[in-house]
Design a protein around this ligand. Sequence first.
Ligand code: PLP
Length: 430
Amino acid sequence: MDFSKSEILYKEALEHIVGGVNSPSRSYKAVGGGAPVAMERGKGAYFYDVDGNRYIDYLAAYGPIITGFAHPHIAAAIKKAADNGVLFGTPTPYEVQFAKMLKEAIPSLDKVRFVNSGTEAVMTTIRVARAYTGRDKIIKFEGCYHGHSDLVLVAAGSGPSQLGMPDSAGVTKAIANEVITVPYNDVEPFKQALEKWGDEVAAVLVEPIVGNFGIVPPKPGFLEAINELSHKAGALVIYDEVITAFRFMYGGAQNMLGVTPDLTAMGKIIGGGLPIGAYGGRKDIMEEVAPLGPAYQAGTMAGNPASMLAGIACLEVLQEKGVYENLDRLGAMLEKGILEAAEKHGVTITINRVVGAFTVYFTGEKVENYKQAEASDGELFGKFFKLMLKQGINLAPSKYEAWFLTTAHTEEDIAETIKAVDYAFLHLKG
Ligand code: PLP
């Protein structure tokens, strides 16, 4: 495969855009470096780079593109917005229609607000929880990513009974001191943190199914314990469903798992590919938000008609019969094929899959928390990534990301992908 135009474009990008990319995860730093492939257009499960190469895509733009690229129903909705005015700065019927759809799908949402990104959605749920409880601290889980607002760019202290450390330059120690980070899927350290700081904790922030150190489901009882212990301590529970909402079923991971948070943050899929975020939850908590209450949150672009119409159209596609069954069926097929290829070539892997999303870890251990994901072989993943790319299969360039199936993938795509995996595993050790 010839990548020369991507390489030239990357050199030029480096001159003008910091690091040559508009989001650090797009660089190939974690997979041995090189010019990231630049895409020109996409249709269905495929996209095409500036050199004219075709790829079967499993990145799905880090999750939003669950219907594949340029889905005709979503494209028509975006065209409607383009023709009728993309922004008014006034209420519109589309935001009301969309809010109703989200509420019907996720019953814990008494009231919602639209924002422009997952980052904003999570950031605001924390502010609202602080306003409601009058407390300052939050507890989060190691390895979970919640966007790039200051409060959630905090890493674990050196033990469960320590406060966090800034994970990025520019995040102050004072902010990190408000954050406690404990391991995912382990109730004991969480309990200890609450014993120490329980009466200062405004909220516990958790991905109900992790998507950010690969796909990691909660152990039975873990989320229930979080709910119970948090509420006992007077803290709210926030689910970050930016990746998980509408990923595994029509609704949130909370519907699937039968657990209920106080507040939920969403993004990605609900925008049909356009910028979006949304948060919502219990009415008495949401009424803290301006103009009803003292917690301020606003946005020039919030609820813009283009994102609303694209989001409505995307959910309409996901309401079609058999969508999630098909994602699960293709996911199982791909998982089986990858495991068989690994066995054939003596490559040690672990796969965590939930419906149409999964992660292939180069480790023989179970992956139930961040430390286990971290211990998987990143160098081997880097080689695997490049071997797949050269065969026209696009994955996320990091061992911590997921493969996302879309409604556009077919059995033929899965078969082609398994063949590529077989070749990659054969050549991995060389
Ligand atoms: N929360 C989770 C779980 C995410 O995975 C992400 C992004 O990957 C975010 C929040 C931030 O969303 P955005 O990139 O739209 O700001």
